[in-house]
Structure formats: structure tokens, C-alpha cells
Design a protein around this ligand. Structure first.
Ligand code: 3NM
Ligand code: MG
Length: 502
């Protein structure tokens, strides 16, 4: 016999018969999902007549009982009672929770959908005993017609704040557009102080899949990953550098140089554009992806997206370098697709590229690159806004590099200006691109809460090596060799001095 206080909401499966693939039944899907770790099931039927609904509810209940998992019935109190289900879930336009509670008694689970602070407060202030709230829609979904704008992790966080301040014991699940690629990131970024949501409610990403078992397993893994890396729980992590693997998807011009620079900076480069292997790469404990879109082909976007999904689902860092993204319409489209395909840890670019990513007209600032100091006050707010929006670190390279933290932006995004380098850096091909690999090596060696610190260290190392190399070089040829040497020696010295990246 389960008790209401220890219900596991972490993988909350909501059924939909209409999306079950041909050849499979709703019963197959629910059973396979339960076998692989879903923790609570809601039967949601919008079309069935009462008799058929009861029949289906009975069959589903037999399955959930076999796995010791509670069954919740959507909307229909009568059906929940008829099959003695463990609970009822109602929306804002359904039966008043007070009435539902009167009918089902105190031992059953009662959940209510909320879409905003006002609805949440209504639940919190309700005289009825409500066990959990569903909060959504988190992301856009085609499973249900939703009229409001998605909450996003930031909106969820606002709602969790309301719960935390008013009724911290109220359980919650989030719903809408969640899948194995975005769950870890969402959970890790929506927590309010110590309070996170208790689970993810998912429909299509299990019910609509040909292997509902495997999908459930992967979703469970993402949920664990997301909670494990919750910002609120885990603020301080040492940055310790051991050889991190850097996976480069980079432009053909920069490959050779990037690989050498990466090794000199303590990383271990691999080059691959074979989407089939991305998933296994992303499971390497210390790995980061450099996604440099400098020489796209007509098939590149599929490769980019596969890589983003793989690395996001394992919560491994992605350093996005949108080379010349404003140059043509085609490149702008690729940039938009890449940006909407997932979450990045660092976005690195020059003034023009960062302005394009930010949707700002950089041309007004053209020429600023060489007189950076005067324009810093103008550009920092733009970068800060972008960093906060994208919840990532932004690196704008130039005579002075600017690094801004949008991952932990409170109260204000942190900003570091990194000077140094040498004009010869601009005379060798791929020096900008190769920096992405050094950042990846550093960021991959730490937790993502420390991505900003790690990025600052990588950028500083790079600038310092460029400066020293410039002092002893006659031109681009010797500079290339000296730069590699300086980077290598500085890295060795840093490691020796304390074994850390400090
Ligand atoms: N309720 P999927 S969104 C049933 O926002 C439901 O309250 C929502 O489906 C809400 O996981 C939704 O396939 C459908 O995106 C979610
Ligand atoms: Mg309803």
C-alpha cells in the first residue's frame, strides 16, 4: 500500500491514445513505460464515452497496480471513483477542487493545473487539500492547444518562488514540450533557491514513440541529471584541470590549428561530424563540444542539431562560434536554427557576430573593434542582455575580450575585460576559432556553474600567450610557433603551481 506522502512525481506519464504509433496500443505504451521507470500515470481521455472510458481505466489500473504506481484520472471524478483510482487531476475549467475533494475523500491524490501566479495562488489559498499542481506550459507543444505564451524555465522559477514563499510543502510537476533533450537543462535552471519542482509530466515524448521503454529510461536519466546539477544545490565546485576531451565540429580551415592549440592547452581533441557517434561522445565524463559553423554545407544543419541534442541531453557544455553569421541570409538562417535547437554554455564571437546573435544592428558600431575602449560602455549592456536571455556565457573577442556571465546573473551579470594578445593574432588563420577549443577544454573540466570562471581563465591564458609570443616574433610564421609554445609552457606552469586553473 503506497502512502500519499511519498509519491514519486519524477516521471509523470500522461496518456494520449491518439499519438500511439500504429501497431501498438495505449496499454503497451503504459506498460513499457512503467517497466522502465515512470513513477505515476494519468489517464487523460477527451473523446471516450463513459462506458469505454471506465473500461480503459480498469485496464490501465490493472497495469499500474502491477507496478505499484498510482493512477490519476483526468477531469472525471466519477470514473476515478468507479475504478478506485488513486487520484484525480483537474484543470482550471473543471470541477472545483473543493467539490472534488469532498467526493473523493482525503486519502486520494488531487492535482490541479496552473498556468500563472494568479491560478497558483488560488490553489494555495483553496480550502481544499490539494496535493500537487501541474505548472505549464513550459515550452510550446503540439499535443494540446495552449493559448498562452510558454513559461520557460524562468516562468517556472517564478511559480516555484510563489510556492516556496507561501506553501513550500505543495508538490509540483511541470508540463508542456518537455523531452529527453531539454529536461535536464530545464530542471537545473528552474529551481528557486532550495526548491525545485518534483517531476516532469510528459505526453508525446513517451506515448508517441515506437520504443516507449527506451524513451522512458532516457527521460529518467535526464531527470536525474537535471536534479543532480541543480544550481540551488550545488554552487561551489573546484575547477580542476585534467585532460578534457574537446569534440570539434569546426570549419575546414581551422581544424589543424585548433587541434594543436587544444593539445597545448591541455585538452584532447577529436574531430567528428558523424552524427551516429555524438551520443556516445556526449557520455564521456569530461567532454565539451565546439560548434563552429564557419564552413556550412547544405547538410550541416542536421549535424549541428544532432550534436546539440546529444550534448544537451547529457548536460555537457557546448561552445557555439557563429562565424560570420550575419554575412548572408543563409548563414543567418543557420544561426537561428542553431540557437533554437538547444542550450549553449558559451557563445563566442567578434563584435559583428555577437551583434547579429543579439539581433542588434552592429553596423552602427562598425570600426569600433579597433577602438574598443571607447565603445565598451555601449556594448556591455548588449552583451549582458544577450547572456541573460540565453542563460549562457558570452565571449566577445576583439582587442579587448569581454566575457559576460548569464548563467548566474544575479544581481547583475558579471563582466570581465581581458586585455593582452598581439595584433599578429589577427594575421594567422583560425586563431579565433581555436580559442573555442581552449574554452571548451576548461569549461568541460568544471561544473557548469563555474563555466564563467573557466571561460575567463581560458581567455586570459590565450591573451597572455599571444602577448608573450608577440614579443619574440618577427611575423605570422614565427608567431604561430611561438604562440603554441607559450600556450603550452604557460599551461604547464599553471598546472605545476597548484594543480588548479587558478
Ligand atoms: N497540459 P507534451 S500542456 C496535457 O500546459 C497538457 O497544462 C498542458 O504534451 C498544460 O508533453 C499538455 O507532448 C500537453 O508536450 C503536453
Ligand atoms: Mg481538464
Amino acid at each position: 500500500m503506497w502512502s500519499k506522502s511519498d509519491i514519486d512525481y519524477s516521471v509523470y506519464l500522461v496518456t494520449i491514445n491518439e499519438l500511439v504509433p500504429e501497431g501498438l496500443t495505449i496499454y503497451d505504451q503504459v506498460e513499457k513505460s512503467l517497466q522502465n521507470g515512470s513513477t505515476i500515470v494519468q489517464l487523460r481521455e477527451k473523446e471516450l464515452d463513459t462506458g469505454a472510458f471506465i473500461d480503459r481505466a480498469r485496464k490501465i489500473h490493472e497495469i499500474t497496480q502491477k507496478y505499484g504506481v498510482p493512477l490519476i484520472i483526468n477531469d472525471r471524478v466519477d470514473i476515478a471513483m468507479a475504478v478506485d483510482a488513486e487520484g484525480v487531476h483537474v484543470g482550471q475549467d473543471d470541477m472545483d477542487p473543493v467539490l472534488v475533494r469532498e467526493m473523493i475523500g482525503n486519502d486520494k491524490i488531487l492535482g490541479v493545473s496552473t498556468r500563472c501566479e494568479e491560478e497558483l495562488m488560488k490553489v494555495i489559498n483553496s480550502p481544499a487539500l490539494i496535493d500537487y499542481v501541474g505548472m505549464g506550459t513550459v515550452y510550446s507543444t503540439s499535443t494540446k492547444i495552449v493559448k498562452r505564451a510558454p513559461l520557460g524555465p524562468a516562468g517556472v522559477k517564478e511559480l516555484l518562488k510563489v510556492i516556496s514563499l507561501n506553501k513550500p510543502k505543495l508538490k509540483s510537476v511541470i508540463i508542456g514540450g518537455l523531452n529527453k533533450y531539454n529536461i535536464a537543462w530545464t530542471l537545473s535552471s528552474c529551481a528557486y533557491q532550495g526548491l525545485n519542482t518534483n517531476g516532469v509530466a510528459v505526453v508525446s515524448c513517451i506515448m508517441g514513440q515506437s520504443d516507449a521503454g527506451l524513451e522512458t529510461k532516457e527521460i529518467l536519466e535526464s531527470v536525474r541529471l537535471g536534479y543532480g546539477k541543480s544550481l540551488a544545490e550545488n554552487q561551489v565546485v573546484n575547477i580542476k584541470q585534467e585532460a578534457a576531451v574537446v569534440h570539434f565540429i569546426t570549419n575546414s580551415v581551422a581544424k589543424y590549428f585548433s587541434a594543436n592549440i587544444c593539445i597545448a592547452a591541455g585538452g584532447s581533441p577529436i574531430m567528428s561530424e558523424l552524427a551516429d557517434e555524438f551520443k556516445s561522445f556526449s557520455k564521456i565524463p569530461k567532454i565539451g563540444l565546439v560548434l563552429n559553423t564557419g564552413t556550412p554545407t547544405s547538410s550541416s544543419i542536421g549535424i549541428y542539431k544532432a550534436a546539440i541534442k546529444a550534448y544537451n541531453s547529457q548536460m555537457k557544455p557546448i561552445i557555439y562560434d557563429p562565424v560570420a553569421c550575419g554575412a548572408t541570409k543563409g548563414r543567418q538562417e543557420i544561426m537561428q536554427e542553431v540557437l533554437s535547437a538547444g542550450q549553449f554554455t558559451v557563445i563566442k564571437g567578434n563584435l559583428a557576430e555577437i551583434c547579429t546573435v543579439a539581433g542588434v544592428d552592429g553596423s552602427k558600431m562598425r570600426g569600433v573593434d579597433s577602438v574598443m575602449e571607447v565603445a565598451i560602455e555601449e556594448i556591455v549592456p548588449i552583451i549582458s542582455k544577450l547572456a541573460t536571455n540565453k542563460k549562457c556565457v558570452i565571449v566577445m573577442t576583439g582587442e579587448t575580450d569581454i566575457v559576460v556571465d548569464g548563467i548566474i546573473p544575479t544581481p547583475e551579470p558579471r563582466v570581465t575585460l581581458v586585455k593582452g594578445g598581439n595584433p599578429l593574432m589577427a594575421e594567422i588563420t583560425g586563431s579565433g576559432c581555436a580559442l573555442g577549443g581552449v574554452i571548451a577544454a576548461y569549461v568541460a573540466s568544471t561544473s557548469f556553474h563555474n563555466a564563467y570562471e573557466a571561460t575567463v581563465k581560458a581567455v586570459t591564458l590565450y591573451k597572455n600567450a599571444g602577448y608573450e609570443a608577440g614579443n619574440i616574433s618577427r611575423g605570422p610564421g614565427s608567431f604561430t610557433a611561438n604562440f603554441l609554445d607559450e600556450l603550452y609552457c604557460m599551461k604547464q606552469r599553471n598546472d605545476k603551481s597548484d594543480g588548479n586553473l587558478s
